[in-house]
Design a protein around this ligand. Structure first.
Ligand code: GDP
Ligand code: K
Ligand code: MG
Length: 278
């Protein structure tokens, strides 16, 4: 296929619009996402034998149902199914940016990571091993400095390559036995409804345990929705007892722990070590 649709995702101020402009130049137009006043910026670019259609998604820190921007971003990814998501990370704020990255990965769509603002990170003395990051996330990672157009061609090449490969390696955070048991139980129930569902089952199960209002409503409307809702309520109660806190907080904490240890694995030097070795 000569057409490749690409969605740019990332935290606010990670450099999405800068990279979007660098890639598309003047070939862009602005509209709105259906039903909401969130601005939708689309652009085009010819790259080798491909026609790229690029959408600049709203910047978000998370993918909950609690903000319109986050709902727009996640629904676009799930329902419009762009061929590739390019997740633009601010390398100088790696931990917070990886928190979104792992949530994007949990949507089980093809992803390329742009490690942007690497100049700012290095000025702060933070060096990131992008090969380790690539291996840990199971996706291509390309270093960029968006405002200097550095790495943009490599980013496009990696993006088109992912679009051609199609296969996305599964990415799974292990949330520990208590949560994983509940995810398995709910996923099995959802599997019976899979023809009515557009979202990945594991992701839906996690969102139900997090009491995500949009997913709760979607599932309630299914033929077997009442049964799923009852099982989810019992699972949430059980997790509440295990963690002695709201399951959504427990799950967010587990995700933060995962991201924290990921950061330790990929950040090779901070200011101190940096100065003594140079
Ligand atoms: P967005 O909110 O993700 O769309 O971020 P923008 O594209 O608006 O970028 C935010 C700011 O960061 C702008 O002032 C850009 O010029 C700047 N910027 C983008 N990429 C880089 C980069 O790699 N390095 C540096 N130093 N600045 C950048
Ligand atoms: K901005
Ligand atoms: Mg922007």
């Amino acid at each position: 296929n000569a057409k490749v649709s690409i969605a740019l995702a990332g935290n606010p101020n990670s450099g999405k619009t800068t990279i979007f402009n660098s890639v598309t130049g003047a070939r862009q137009h602005v509209g709105n996402y259906p039903g909401v006043t969130v601005e939708k910026r689309e652009g085009f670019r010819r790259y080798r034998d491909k026609e790229l259609l690029i959408v600049d998604l709203p910047g978000t820190y998370s993918l909950t149902a609690h903000s319109v921007d986050e709902l727009v971003a996640r629904n676009f990814i799930i329902k419009d199914k762009p061929d590739v998501i390019v997740d633009i990370l601010d390398a100088s704020n790696l931990e917070r940016n990886l928190y979104l990255a792992v949530q994007l990965l949990e949507l089980e769509r093809p992803i390329v990571v742009a490690l942007n603002m690497t100049d700012v990170a290095e000025n702060m003395g933070t060096k990131i091993d992008e090969q380790v990051l690539s291996r840990k996330l199971g996706v291509a990672v390309v270093r960029t400095v968006g405002n200097r157009h550095n790495g943009i061609d490599e980013l496009l090449a990696a993006t088109v390559k992912v679009a051609e490969e199609k296969a996305q390696k599964p990415f799974i955070i292990n949330y520990g036995d208590a949560v994983e048991g509940k995810i398995a139980e709910i996923s099995a129930l959802l599997a019976e409804e899979r023809h009515n569902l557009h979202f990945p089952l594991r992701w839906l199960a996690i969102k139900l345990l997090e009491n995500d209002p949009e997913i709760r409503n979607t599932v309630q409307a299914l033929p077997g929705g009442v049964r799923v809702t009852t099982v989810v309520a019992a699972a949430r109660e059980s997790l509440q007892a295990t963690f002695e806190t709201e399951p959504e907080l427990a799950i967010a904490n587990l995700r933060y722990q995962f991201v924290g240890s990921l950061c330790q694995d990929v950040i090779v030097s901070k200011r101190d070590g940096w100065l003594t070795t140079s």
